[in-house]
Design a protein around this ligand. Structure first.
Ligand SMILES: CC(C)(COP(=O)(O)OP(=O)(O)OC[C@H]1O[C@@H](n2cnc3c(N)ncnc32)[C@H](O)[C@@H]1OP(=O)(O)O)[C@@H](O)C(=O)NCCC(=O)NCCS
Length: 197
């Protein structure tokens, strides 16, 4: 996949790059980010550099595509979002965080919508999912606003900073995305039809 930029009026998203190391260090160090993600805390100074290197390798090997989210109004780095592929199943999972000063401006929601569009229209996926800790309802709201559907809660799914956390899952399927776009459905093949009878 070529390096690509995703755009909407409020933001653009481009592949994470070395220039993002300083703002990542600044924002990822906040306890509010660590509380709801697997970002290390305290955030080691070398971690941002290592993260940018890792996501460049993942992009190259087409395992995952991680974008910097740039707020259009300021032109500043506001957070990041990655889509991680399981190609054999034509599915992916999305993860993200937004720097504290940019919370509540709709950026995560609009970025997630762009990444969902990217996943279905450019990567040809069939399913895109995301999960959040049960005590982080703001992230669940982002998933709802991006038209993902609640699928269930895995109890004590993650061991996170000395406690077990329930994980709440949302997803959107290609056919649901296409319906939202007003796109016609390809007809089901015979086998699928007969199985549903
Ligand atoms: C969760 C997070 C990504 C949201 O980013 P954001 O850009 O502020 O999100 P948006 O502005 O697009 O939407 C946030 C929504 O959550 C709602 N919200 C905020 N706090 C909430 C709470 N405690 N309970 C329920 N909803 C809440 C907001 O009101 C808004 O919904 P609305 O537009 O219907 O009012 C951001 O807070 C963050 O990075 N948190 C820490 C890391 C994290 O949680 N990453 C996701 C891991 S799954």
């Amino acid at each position: 996949m070529e390096k690509t930029t995703l755009r909407c009026p409020a933001l653009w998203m481009r592949p994470l790059a070395e220039q993002d190391i300083a703002p990542i260090l600044k924002y990822a160090s906040a306890p509010e980010i660590a509380a709801n993600t697997f970002v290390p805390h305290p955030y080691p100074p070398a971690a941002a550099h290592e993260f940018v290197r890792k996501v460049a390798d993942e992009w190259q090997s087409e395992q995952a595509y991680t974008f910097a989210i740039i707020e259009a109004q300021s032109g500043c780095f506001a957070g990041c979002m990655g889509i991680h592929l399981a190609r054999e199943h034509k599915r992916a999972e999305v993860g993200y965080w937004i720097g504290l000063p940019y919370w509540g401006r709709g950026l995560a929601t609009q970025a997630l919508r762009l990444v969902i569009q990217f996943g279905f229209e450019q990567l040809g996926l069939n399913r895109i999912a995301a999960g959040h800790f049960a005590d982080n309802p703001a992230s669940g709201r982002v998933m709802q606003k991006a038209n993902m559907r609640y699928e269930g809660t895995r109890r004590a799914y993650h061991y996170h900073r000395d406690s077990f956390k329930d994980s709440v899952w949302y997803a959107i399927l290609r056919e649901e995305y296409e319906k939202l776009q007003g796109l016609p459905h390809p007809p089901k093949h015979q086998g699928e039809r007969s199985q549903r009878k």
